[in-house]
Design a protein around this ligand. Structure first.
Ligand code: IMP
Ligand code: MG
Length: 181
């Protein structure tokens, strides 16, 4: 028998406070120019919409779909674009907005893809970072929270498409119940 339990790791209030700080910092770092925020579907949508509203300047918003092949294959770098951008990036300051950086395979690939579209600059904002899990180098300019190597859900993050709409970020715990003697 096993039971699934959710333990709050980062509360909704902590998330919103941190996003407000990030929005102010990013706005200061980009006083001028066209800033294109690109959310990676679907997990980063919540972070993108809150971060965009925390910005003190105008921004463009776009979305990109990426699929990474089964866990066994992600480390081989097999990544595919499933939904491309609507807006050209030429000459723009690009901010990739991601829910979590884990192995780094997805973002390492995406940086190469978007770099070929002649933006003025590219940086990454990730709400969560699990640095212990990194397989590919990725420089994340704006990190919300560094977290330990635990599987988390909520605020966009899913387990089998479930739990995305939780307001808090929670650790999904499989607690094995020992059989009664
Ligand atoms: P990676 O950095 O290429 O390994 O992949 C990052 C993606 O894996 C994220 O965008 C999430 O979709 C997913 N992911 C990684 N860790 C977690 C987690 O703890 N919970 C839910 N999804 C995760
Ligand atoms: Mg994702």
């Amino acid at each position: 028998m096993s039971e699934t339990k959710l333990r709050v790791l980062i509360s909704a209030e902590q998330i919103q406070n941190r996003i407000r700080e990030l929005g102010e910092k990013i706005s200061r770092d980009y006083p001028t120019g066209n800033l294109h925020m690109i959310a990676i579907l679907k997990g980063a949508v919540f972070f993108m919409t809150d971060l965009a509203r925390a910005m003190k300047r105008d921004v463009f918003m776009d979305f990109m779909g990426i699929s990474t092949y089964g866990k066994g294959k992600t480390s081989s770098g097999e990544v595919k674009v499933t939904k491309d951008l609507d807006i050209s990036l030429e000459g723009a300051d690009v901010l990739i907005v991601e829910d979590i950086v884990d192995s780094g395979v997805t973002l390492n690939y995406l940086m190469h893809v978007l770099d070929q579209r002649k933006p003025h600059s590219i940086r990454i904002a990730a709400l969560l970072d699990k640095p212990e899990r990194r397989l590919r180098p990725v420089h994340v300019s704006y990190v919300g929270f560094e977290i330990p190597d635990e599987f988390v859900v909520g605020y966009g993050l899913d387990y089998g498409e479930k739990y995305r709409n939780l307001r808090d970020i929670c650790v999904l715990e499989e607690s094995a119940t020992p059989p009664k003697a």
